[in-house]
Design a protein around this ligand. Sequence first.
Ligand code: AMP
Length: 400
Amino acid sequence: MNILVINAGSSSLKYQLFDMETETVLAKGLCERIGLDGHLKHTPLGNGKPVFDEDVALKDHSVAIQAVIDKLVSEEYGVVGSMAEIDAVGHRVVHGGESFNESTLITDEVLKAIEDCIPLAPLHNPANITGIKACQEVMGPDVPQIAVFDTAFHQTMPEKAFMYPIPYEYYREDKIRRYGFHGTSHRYVAARAAELIGKPAEELKLISCHMGNGSSICAVDGGKSVDTSMGFTPLAGLPMGTRCGDIDAGIMEYIMNKYDMGIGEMMTVLNKKSGMVGISERSSDFRDLIDASAEGSHKSGLALDMFCYDVAKTIGSYVVALGGVDAIIFTAGVGENSRPVRNGVCKYLSAIGADMDPEKNSACKGECDIATDDSKVRLWVIPTNEELVIARDTKAIAEK
Ligand code: AMP
């Protein structure tokens, strides 16, 4: 069975085609500047065919999907014989609100429910819906389309973890609560950690740290999310590349009054100009900050220190929430690749019985346990694979 995984943004569309017999990626690619002019990079994998990387007119998402399928089946760049060899499509959908606690076959009702979640994710859900409709249009009604939600994994959080201490009516009327994001990633690495540790997920208490451009931490008890650091929106929790994370809401009033700033401008400051780039006044990229800090930049070092301190504090609070922890997992761009950041976080963790082995941390490539042999808590680095989770869910639902 071949599964196409689609991650549609407002002007971009990422894709991977999986052969699910072997769970291998046959081809992957990216459409950019959809609706503007258009560019397609298509990479066939493992069959020796060349990469296609050119400007292509992409006036909308339907044209983009058609261009992707044309490449997937083409003589020169293709990996399958015809569109009929694509058995189902899995779509990443950012927000499923309280309606979806698992992946689901997209029907008209489901599409309507995803549309109802637009106010909760005004930037992401419309783009995801556009991608779904484009696939339906190009591939027809016989190819099952499945939605996999970033929020679904966190729907198991208890009320005490997802409610905000603001008037209850905002939950009742407006569904304002913690939803959490990166659910597909946390779910993948938590399940993978259980496999690597060799114990059933039901018996493990895990803390998953997804540290990338956007970052979140998730407490996983017996395979279920019980708390997470992102909130009603992905602005909450840790300081990130350009996002502030948790701050005192009173700061907004003070800045807006003092600088005569509207809410739109304030949100741009908090979403785009804060976090690592805001503190360092240099870059949102952790690599740049590590280099600058090594060259003596105080503010770059401070941004990194603030990030590591907040990750460690959040881990500490989740140890309490879980009543202990068996393993802590590092994943995503920074978690998988940055030894200095893992080091910066782990230096706080001996207080909870987690001791990092610096040599294992330095030598780590791919999946590895970087804890010392006698550390009570294991420290796993596990590369995330959200696309594979989407493909697996899509296969399971399409087979039904
Ligand atoms: P993601 O959002 O998961 O794609 O992660 C992107 C971020 O990972 C980038 O902004 C970088 O800051 C970070 N990153 C990627 N590779 C490295 C590396 N080798 N060392 C430090 N940070 C890295």
